[in-house]
Design a protein around this ligand. Sequence first.
Ligand code: KG4
Ligand code: ZN
Length: 336
Amino acid sequence: IKDINVLAVESSCDETAAAVVHNGREVLSNVISSQIDLHKLYGGVVPEIASRKHIEKINQVIEEALKEAHVTLDDIDVIGVTYGPGLVGALLVGVAEAKAIAYARNLPLVGVHHIEGHISANYIEHPELEPPFFCLVVSGGHTHLVRVKDYGVYEILGRTRDDAAGEAYDKVARAIGLGYPGGPKIDRLAKEGNPEAVRFPKAHMEDAPYDFSFSGLKSAVLNYINGCKMKGETYDPADIAASFQKAVVDVLVEKAMCAAEEFGIYKFAIAGGVASNSALRVGMEAACKERGIQFYYPSPVLCTDNAAMIGAAAYYEYLAGTRHGWDLNAVPNLKL
Ligand code: KG4
Ligand code: ZN
């Protein structure tokens, strides 16, 4: 097959991102304009502000991505874009932009599922990784245990019933006064705490062993903190962070290993913002090693939202024949 350069665009949440990816796995550029400082003031992402910021930044981000890759639009073969799931107004900016470029340059347009992008981040730094494998996708919006049967062919074995793992991190972080986004802050603070200090509950569903639930854990942490405050007792935020993190990581690793054993899959990847969590990496690494499972994870910059992962996913979708028309729309609740 001929060499393919994908120009990829991602705007599903609070990062405006563009990247140029060569043959699906070689990142020529990966430009991310984060809005975190803006949303921090409100303790979370404000959808309308996100959309407005995307429209302001997107042309500049794409221009930078081309420049950094030392290419022009003449060298681009495919336009890839996230079209869901995500915030509708935010997604629309990327989709409209991608359609405009594809139309003007007469290029094929490939819409990508955001989760497929997160999973595909693993292809970038692991040239030897090919399906089939398992992937635990843990981000601010998603917690999915996915069986990757082939490029673009997925089976979801389990998902969260309520909060996503990253969402639980962000809410607990807010409760102990760490600010947004809380995941990386809890990760850091937990290193100074005792994970055995408080025994928080781990949810297990009898009827669906691969589903997750984090809202009970989140409430237990909030109740514990409020209880301490009411009794006038002090608590150590580092101990809370470490104990909460242990409860999250234990459940994630347990279910992941259960699935790997049941299906006899010896390759396991993690993806999404929470995949950059140090305790999750250490826990998964050890559990995989014990069972002879090859473990894969992306660098932190490829774990959180970026367009390089969308470029990788778009490349394999393109090879599989996926093409979208000028009627491509943003789909906020798009199914994998
Ligand atoms: O993948 P992502 O950028 O956006 C979504 O698609 O949701 O994930 C962002 C989430 C946030 O909830 C953030 O707190 C969490 O990932 N996160 C972490 C860490 N870094 C980011 N959670 C735990 N530990 C981390 N080191
Ligand atoms: Zn994401």
